[in-house]
Design a protein around this ligand. Structure first.
Ligand SMILES: [Zn+2]
Length: 280
């Protein structure tokens, strides 16, 4: 894909503010081409999601920053492919760390220690541009999207991905919150979505609508599956509900299925039983 060379700053076109995507050196089944880092600004800079610890990538950041000032490092969340690279940059540049501390759970970067207690709606004024924090729990509880206000350009981390759907891992991941967080985005003034993995999307409302519809379709498939199978275990149910998913992805599908089941239980449409789940 064009503009997807690791470590090389690639300008995003069509917006007023200078934003460059710097692709990480971590391609893989869960990261696609790699983690996208984004460098915002001309003079006063913000860096979104420095990615995992990687010396070469660190050097790429230093080079991209040049003699300008990196003021803020913005972490969408603290998964290992998004925030661990922040610590060294914070140390060497003095840039403030923005984001929420890591929740309990596996694959969480506990080294990420934000410089203050950041909150939904907080704005960072860098003169030439403004960044607003939009709290979007769901993929994980501490997820934040960052809105480049002047351009309606939203850095979506793992909340909205391009070409794939995000994994919701309970108990920290929460399908109900995820859907609410997607609906929240529909109320913002948006022109572009810039994901943590994949390319920039220029039809934000279509993408968000598609994602909500996709999750609700899956939810109905869960209900239909339980109606068909009767009381059953998650291992049985996953094969019916995710009959369109490749076999090697079934373990991941099972985790997202659990997130659907927990939501449906909360909505009082299903109940947990000794062997699994059943319709109310
Ligand atoms: Zn993630």
């Amino acid at each position: 894909m064009q503009g997807f060379e690791p470590g090389i700053p690639t300008p995003i076109e069509g917006i007023k503010t200078s934003v460059q995507r710097i692709l990480g050196r971590n391609p893989g089944p869960m990261t696609g081409p790699g983690t996208n880092s984004y460098l915002i600004g001309e003079k006063r800079l913000c860096l979104v999601d420095p990615g995992p610890i990687n010396n070469e990538q660190y050097e790429s950041f230093v080079q991209a920053i040049g003699d300008r000032e990196l003021e803020y490092i913005l972490a969408t969340h603290t998964h290992g492919d998004h925030s661990p690279g922040a610590a060294r940059l914070h140390e060497t540049t003095g840039a403030k760390l923005v984001g929420l501390p890591a929740p309990e759970g596996i694959a969480q970067d506990k080294t990420f220690q934000p410089d203050q207690l950041w909150q939904d709606g907080d704005e960072i004024d860098c003169g030439e541009y403004t960044v607003r924090l939009i709290q979007t729990p769901g993929h994980v509880s501490n997820h934040i999207c960052y809105l480049l206000v002047e351009d309606g350009f939203l850095f979506t981390g793992d909340h909205v991905l391009q070409g794939t759907t995000s994994v919701i891992l309970p108990p920290d991941g929460d399908m109900g919150s995820y859907l609410d967080s997607l609906r929240r985005l529909q109320e913002l003034d948006l022109r572009y979505l810039a994901p943590g993995h994949g390319g920039v999307m220029d039809k934000p409302y279509d993408e968000i609508k598609k994602l909500i519809a996709h999750r609700l379709m899956r939810e109905e498939k869960v209900v239909a599956g339980l109606q068909k199978l009767g009381e059953c275990s998650i291992d049985e149910l996953v094969l019916t509900v995710y009959d369109d998913v490749a076999e090697h992805l079934i373990p991941w599908a099972k985790k997202t299925l659990l997130a659907h089941l927990i939501k449906l239980q909360r909505d009082e449409r299903i109940v947990a039983t000794e062997i699994g789940w059943k319709i109310v």
